[in-house]
Write a protein that binds this ligand. Structure first.
Ligand SMILES: C[S@@+](CC[C@H](N)C(=O)[O-])C[C@H]1O[C@@H](n2cnc3c(N)ncnc32)[C@H](O)[C@@H]1O
Length: 197
């Protein structure tokens, strides 16, 4: 397992694929190992790195993971196959939002949801995803502090400004909703851990 994950890290580095930062890997592994979710949903498969970590943290879990990029989707397919995880994984190739709308319409529920897809769209995703949690289920959202920029006054330039503004709105909303228990972990790129009260 370690060798395979190391190979994935090397591939991601060489090909500029953004995957979980190492602190976040430990956090993700530990939270899945402690919560023991039977059903996991992930938005943003990339090459299957975080998905493999979650599946290895709790051996009785199964994963539905959504990715819009076909090349990444195919690499992830090999990843899950090489790690013997294909039987516990359902990969969906498509737009994350369209796919979660379909899963929600099918009344599919998950014990654990990992949102690691389009950063600028978290506000619209998380409302649907909250409805897809089982009782006590956890919604984990990565990159919420985006290199520390979300909580800083540094001017990020126009390219990133819109995304940072949207992430700020998202953080503000989840931290102020009275019906949620939200913890922002200053780990990796910032991780939000969210539960419905
Ligand atoms: C940060 S990477 C995910 C990393 C992965 N979770 C890991 O740690 O191994 C974000 C991924 O989300 C995918 N993505 C971006 N927008 C998406 C969308 N609208 N629907 C589905 N996937 C999307 C990207 O193609 C990319 O592979």
């Amino acid at each position: 397992m370690d060798d395979n994950l190391k190979q994935l890290q090397d591939y991601a580095k060489a090909n500029h694929v953004p995957i979980l930062l190492s602190d976040s890997v430990n956090f993700l592994y530990d939270i899945v190992a402690s919560k023991k979710p039977k059903t996991i949903l992930e938005i943003g498969t990339a090459i299957g790195y975080s998905g493999s970590i979650m599946l290895s943290a709790y051996k009785q879990s199964s994963l539905i993971t959504i990715e819009k990029d076909e090349q990444s989707f195919n690499i992830a397919k090999s990843t899950f196959k090489n790690l013997g995880l294909t039987g516990r994984t359902k990969q969906i190739l498509g737009d994350g939002y369209e796919e979660i709308i379909k899963l929600n319409a099918d009344n599919q529920k998950f014990d654990f949801i990992f949102l690691d897809g389009p950063k600028g769209q978290y506000l619209k995703y998380y409302k649907v995803l909250l409805n897809m949690l089982t009782d006590g289920g956890c919604l984990l959202v990565d990159n919420v502090l985006f290199h520390g920029l979300v909580r800083s006054d540094i001017d990020v330039g126009h390219k990133k400004r819109a995304m940072i503004t949207k992430l700020r709105r998202f953080l503000n909303e989840i931290e102020n909703r009275q019906d949620l228990i939200t913890t922002i972990h200053e780990i990796g790129d910032g991780i939000a851990e969210i539960y419905l009260k």
